[in-house]
Design a binder for this molecule. Structure first.
Ligand code: SAM
Ligand code: GLN
Length: 285
């Protein structure tokens, strides 16, 4: 069978199964299987694929049809300007999370000096790695409750030659941390219990529960992080959190009623949805 025909047929089957990015998924899986770039398909659409290769490709297609996310099948996901290793032990980094990185970077551009940043619940390491990559003088600390997630994050740090600038700590939120930081970032779990069952199959049945679930109203982690962060922020330091699209007003309110922050603001993502809340610790003294 020819590459062109395989891609057309697979994309059609994915579309029939209700998979939205059908053509892209077909191309990513075939390039993974053949060990080539997606670009090669445009250059050589009429190259044949042998039976054996086709059989192993079909296995990947079947996994996708069953609902497994492409990134878990290939073991990779693009984030920021690099490729991260992922496994079912970590949340697949989302494009929306790049807004959190951008917001943190824009605060740091104000200061050229060495700065310290904490990423709570680092998962694959996506946020911490993007910040370390963009800020050669920053010192990063990244935590997670899951030691399996931290193993993936540490591997990604090594692959990107950023391991010597990031300290990884296992534990609950800010408990494993002693230091004070200029910036604390977090994309915590934010799915309310009642919402969990409504998530797409690829999320609900494949991504780690502890990366998603956040109590009755989905705000448990924000309450804790907003309460604990001032104890680890330098005077005037910033806390930035990614939020679920409907949670903006409530989280703004939690920041406000804590009385420990000023300059509280919400930023929208590229889809126009509220996605990041940032606030500055009251300057003491
Ligand atoms: N930062 C990554 C990203 O943006 O792609 C992963 C975010 S994922 C939504 C939340 C992460 O928080 C998961 O890696 C999960 O293991 C971690 N986590 C859950 N509960 C935690 C806790 N109590 N303390 C620290 N990390 C926790
Ligand atoms: N963005 C994830 C989703 O689409 C949720 C991630 C989180 O809970 N922080 O379900």
């Amino acid at each position: 069978m020819l590459i062109r025909d395989i891609l057309n047929e697979t994309a059609r089957n994915f579309t029939l199964a209700g998979i939205p990015s059908s053509r892209l998924d077909a191309e990513i899986l075939l390039s993974h299987c053949l060990g080539c770039e997606r670009l090669d398909f445009f250059k050589n659409p009429s190259l044949p694929v042998d039976e054996e290769m086709l059989a192993s490709f079909q296995k990947l297609v079947d996994r996708r049809l069953a609902g497994e996310p492409v990134a878990y099948i290939t073991g990779h996901k693009e984030f920021w300007s690099f490729t991260l290793e992922v496994s079912p032990d970590v949340l697949i980094p989302r494009p929306e999370t790049e807004l959190l990185v951008e917001e943190a970077l824009s605060l740091c551009r104000e200061t050229a000096a060495e700065i310290s940043i904490l990423d709570i619940g680092t998962g694959s390491g996506a946020i911490a790695l993007a910040l370390a990559y963009e800020m050669p003088f920053a010192r990063l600390t990244a935590t997670d409750i899951s030691s399996k997630a931290l193993a993936i994050a540490a591997k990604n740090a090594q692959n990107l030659h950023l391991d010597f600038r990031i300290e990884f700590l296992q534990g609950n939120l800010l408990e494993p941390v002693d230091d004070f930081f200029d910036i604390i970032v977090a994309n915590p779990p934010y799915i309310a219990e009642a919402e969990y069952g409504k998530l797409p199959v690829g999320v609900k049945d494949y991504e780690p529960l502890e990366a998603l679930l956040a109590g009755d109203d989905g705000l448990d982690f924000y309450r804790q992080i907003i309460a604990q962060a001032p104890g680890h922020l330098k005077s005037g330091g910033w806390l930035l959190v990614e939020i679920g699209a409907t949670q903006g007003a409530k989280i703004f309110n939690i920041f406000q009623t804590s009385g420990k922050y000023r300059n509280i603001s919400i930023s929208n993502d590229y889809a126009g949805l509220p996605r990041v809340v940032k606030a500055r610790r009251e300057i003491s003294g």
